[in-house]
Ligand binder design. Structure first.
Ligand SMILES: [Zn+2]
Length: 476
């Protein structure tokens, strides 16, 4: 009887030294299988460069091995050692489940460290994996604790010297510090961050990490608001708070005062607030927020969810409103959101369709009149023949080309019909495409065509959506 084994091998690049190459593992387990009568390695399951220790890492071949063991595609598993197969208790338990389900399965390792097909072996394996797991977790905790101790003492962590300091991470680098100071002053004077990014890029300034790429907006912002600049010890960009509840101060020379750093942070945050005030934010959740204008006061109208609206209830889910007086509007104009959105979406679809396919307007098929004529001639000929007004031979001779023309025209007409159906389907496709776009893209499409929509008051009791109360300012 042949025992068909699955050979499992794994290599992870995060550990060095004792790491066994996949080829070596495979060679070894195949050799062991080779000396056992009837054993053959039916398939190799090889996971490359994935750590069995890290949680939430999917090992596709390991998953497949479990399935194949469970379904009987293979009769057992052979690997170099238990460590290759499972370093997480969770993975081990899944493997053990399969072996408990199918006690006839064979288990073998090259180092002969464990046998999952026996109850004792399973207990041993659980202990081994638990220890391996704890050792790795301890290493992680040790590293974290070391970082914390350093931070509590206001000492430097590891890694690259931060921008602004020399390699000792204590002495200020005068050139870099001056760049930071100038950038701070520019920001406080109202220069946009984007402008400073371009300036630094043009000067060829690199981060300490120096990836060889131009400095990014994110990197520059990180440099300019680094708490370290004002002497604060920071972890991942945040001030580190000590046991006494106060920010821990570092042992290095500061580059600016805490007050200036706060001002810079506020200036950068302020940009967001400013955008908000002008409704320029790209965070709108409704299609026409800020695009609609109140006809009475000109204020941009915003959307509100209708508090009374529930799943299944009638009417629109939300309403566009002119803001109340305290928010800068007159509060006099509002409009149900959904029918208004739908009306504008339809207009946009038409506008898009005109842009995309100027010639594909549905037109009447030009052969229609001729087809009617030909069919008329044919029926006249047949009735003449039946009434013996002309001979059958003459009638048939005349009928033939007419019937051919009729068939050709009918074919052409059908082709034309299909084409038209396709065209209208394309329009449907366009609308489905629009629905799938994220809201900011939908808004961009609307704004491409329409600059603003002025909404006039609907008057009391006017329930039905009336497009006549809208004035559209189309983009040129
Ligand atoms: Zn208003």
């Amino acid at each position: 009887m042949v025992v068909r084994l699955g050979g499992y091998a794994r290599i992870s690049l995060d550990r060095t030294g004792e790491e066994l190459g996949v080829e070596r593992q495979r060679h070894d387990y195949r050799q062991v299988a080779g000396v056992r009568p009837g054993w053959e390695v039916a398939r190799d399951y090889i996971d490359n460069d994935v750590s069995a220790f890290k949680r939430n890492v999917v090992r596709p071949e390991f998953e497949r091995l479990l399935v194949d063991l469970q379904s009987g595609v293979i009769d057992g598993v052979i690997a170099y050692d238990l460590d290759r197969l499972a370093r997480q208790p969770r993975d081990l338990e899944r493997l053990i489940d399969v072996f408990e389900d199918r006690p006839e399965l064979v288990f073998c390792t090259v180092t002969n460290d464990i046998d999952l097909s026996t109850s004792d072996g399973r207990t041993m394996a659980r202990v081994m994996v638990a220890f391996a797991n704890k050792a790795s977790a301890d290493t992680g905790r040790r590293v974290a604790r070391k970082h914390r101790e350093l931070a509590d003492a206001g000492k430097n962590g590891g890694g690259f010297a931060p921008f602004g300091w020399k390699d000792d991470r204590v002495t200020v680098d005068p050139v870099q510090a001056e760049l930071i100071t100038k950038a701070h002053d520019a920001l406080l004077a109202g220069t946009r961050l984007a402008t400073i990014v371009i300036e630094w890029q043009e000067k060829g300034i690199r981060t300490s990490r120096n990836t060889g790429k131009p400095i990014t907006r994110v990197a520059l912002k990180g440099i300019l608001v680094n708490p370290r600049l004002a002497g604060y010890r920071a972890i991942k960009g945040q001030k580190h708070i000590g046991a006494d509840g106060k920010p821990v101060m570092g042992i290095w020379e500061p580059i600016c005062t805490p007050e200036k750093l706060d001002a810079v942070v506020a200036a950068l945050e302020g940009v967001k607030t400013q955008y908000k005030a002008y409704n320029m934010s790209n965070n709108h959740k409704y299609l026409l927020s800020g695009i609609l204008r109140c006809s009475e006061c000109g204020t941009r109208m915003m959307a509100n969810m209708r508090s009374s609206w529930k799943e299944g209830s009638k009417g629109s889910r939300f309403t566009y409103r002119c803001p109340a007086a305290q928010d800068g509007g007159c509060g006099k104009v509002s409009r149900a959101g959904e029918p208004l959105d739908q009306y504008i979406i339809n207009l946009i679809h038409d506008a898009e369709a005109r842009l995309k396919a100027p010639a594909s307007e549905p037109t009447e098929w030009p052969g229609a009149a001729r087809l009617v004529e030909v069919e008329q001639e044919i029926s006249e000929l047949i009735s003449a023949m039946n009434g013996k007004r002309i001979s059958a031979a003459t009638a048939i001779a005349m009928l033939e080309p007419l019937e051919k023309e009729r068939d050709e025209l009918a074919y052409e007409r059908d082709r034309n019909t299909i084409e038209q159906v396709k065209n209208s389907a394309a329009t449907v496709e366009l609308s489905e495409e629009f629905e799938r776009l994220p809201i900011e893209r939908q808004r961009a499409v609307v704004m491409k065509h329409i600059k603003a929509i002025v909404v006039r008051p609907a008057g009391r009791g006017a329930r039905k959506f009336n497009p006549d109360l809208l004035e559209l300012a189309w983009s040129a």
